[in-house]
Design a protein around this ligand. Structure first.
Ligand code: NIG
Ligand code: FE
Length: 410
């Protein structure tokens, strides 16, 4: 199966020799080739060029992209996409003035999701999650990281991760899975005893069934301390799981330092960042990942994206798609929030959602840029005037077609 896309108004994020990530001032540059064609075969990008030099006119599928941009699909490197039920009742509680922490304290929040997930069969959980997987494909996402952490028992954590793996096997999405047994202490459990179970029972069982690529901990006041985080992450590393940390969401939790020290691929959230946290990230291989949908939904402060970029850091953005703090899997909305609320430029936000997001998911070899040999996974926009129009028209569906590995999905 080969595919020719021609008359492309702008081929976005074209990089022949792509770096693994773009940092600091490099983030302002988004390479675009005007009036272009692109040729793909067997689900991979083969070549591209200018229309005036179009060498082929035959292909089993030809798309005329006149007036439209073609860009790499989004990569969503942080989600909790496998969950049993929405939590709009807590949303209303929040409107009446309760905070995220107060709701969690009353047995709502993560523990509420855990009870619902424990009562849901694996098959039903899969079907519900599958719907969300196709929803985000329609939003232009080709790769997604999915966490456990609403199981909180050995069997239910395994159930969540099996469902996440199955999403990867039964949809065209690239899926990476993350064990997040340390998301909250389950109701009625002794703290130390639960942490022991996470380390001595859950991690080995998850590893035995090859269910997780990454290990995450919710490093936050009232959840897990930096010391506990390091202990759990160390154990995960022993079993082959790369660290990824929920850090500095509600407080300056020490999660960033713990993450960098443990060699985390990413530290995520970052609403509470001081100069020390930025310093620690400089020169590290850890990708700071911001989740503006959670800050939007919880009406909290946003991560200091400008300060991070101006300090020379690479940053990425993800949705955090989950029923409690970010019930939205739409990357284009995150791009709008990154611009409107965090003062990132459209070019920076698009880099954060593609090349840098691919880094945060460990898939720079296949996604994130338009490069020969990478997956033929593209968003073809509607007829829009410019790339800046994408974050600007924050309520519009700017996506005309989604192609994943050469196959039209929308
Ligand atoms: O990333 N902060 C921790 N975990 C999720 C929210 C979980 C929930 O409220 O269900 C997050 O925001
Ligand atoms: Fe999260």
């Amino acid at each position: 199966m080969d595919l020719l896309i021609k008359n492309i108004k702008g081929l976005v994020q074209v990089r022949d020799r792509p770096p693994k990530k773009v940092c600091g001032s490099e983030m302002a540059e988004l390479p675009i080739t005007g009036n272009a064609w692109l040729f793909a075969n067997n689900g991979k990008i083969v070549e591209y060029g200018l229309m005036e030099d179009l060498p082929v006119s035959e292909a089993s599928e030809i798309i005329d992209a006149s007036g439209r941009f073609v860009m790499p699909c989004f990569v969503d490197s942080h989600t909790h996409l496998v969950f049993a039920a929405s939590r709009e009742n807590e949303f209303v509680d929040k409107l009446h003035g309760l905070s995220y922490e107060e709701i969690a304290h009353r047995g709502g929040g993560i523990l509420n999701s855990a009870i619902k997930l424990q009562q849901t069969s694996e098959e039903v959980l899969f079907q519900k999650s599958l719907e969300r997987a196709y929803e985000i494909i329609g939003f232009g996402t080709a790769a997604v990281e999915i966490k456990s952490g609403y199981g909180l028992t050995v069997e239910d954590e395994l159930k969540m991760l099996r469902v996440a793996r199955r999403i990867g096997n039964e949809t065209p999405l690239i899926v990476k899975t993350t064990f997040l047994g340390a998301h909250a202490i389950p109701k009625g459990r002794d703290r130390n005893d639960y942490i022991r179970e996470v380390m001595e029972v859950m991690i080995p069982r998850v590893a035995e069934e090859h269910l997780a690529d990454y290990c995450d901990v919710f490093c936050e006041k009232g959840f897990f301390t930096p010391e506990e985080t390091e202990m759990i992450i160390e154990r995960g590393k022993k079993y082959g799981m790369t660290p990824k940390i929920h850090a500095n969401q509600l407080h300056n939790s020490g999660g960033v330092q713990a993450g960098v020290k443990m060699g985390a691929l990413s530290v995520d959230h970052l609403e509470s960042m001081g100069e020390k946290e930025i310093e620690v990230l400089q020169g590290s291989a850890t990708m700071p990942t911001m989740l503006p949908g959670a800050a939007f939904f919880l009406n909290s402060v946003y991560p200091p994206a400008r300060r991070m970029i101006e300090s020379g850091l690479a940053v990425s953005i993800a949705t955090d798609y989950n029923p409690g703090s970010a019930p939205c899997g739409k990357m284009s909305f995150m791009i709008s929030l990154a611009c409107i609320k965090m003062k990132m430029t459209p070019q920076e936000a698009l880099n954060a959602a593609t090349i840098n997001a691919a880094y945060a998911m460990g898939i720079t070899d296949v996604l994130g840029t338009i490069t020969p040999g990478k997956d033929a996974s593209f968003i073809i926009t509607k007829k829009i005037p410019s790339i800046e129009f994408i974050p600007y028209a924050f309520g519009s569906d700017i996506i005309d077609q989604v192609i994943i590995k050469g196959k039209t999905m929308k």
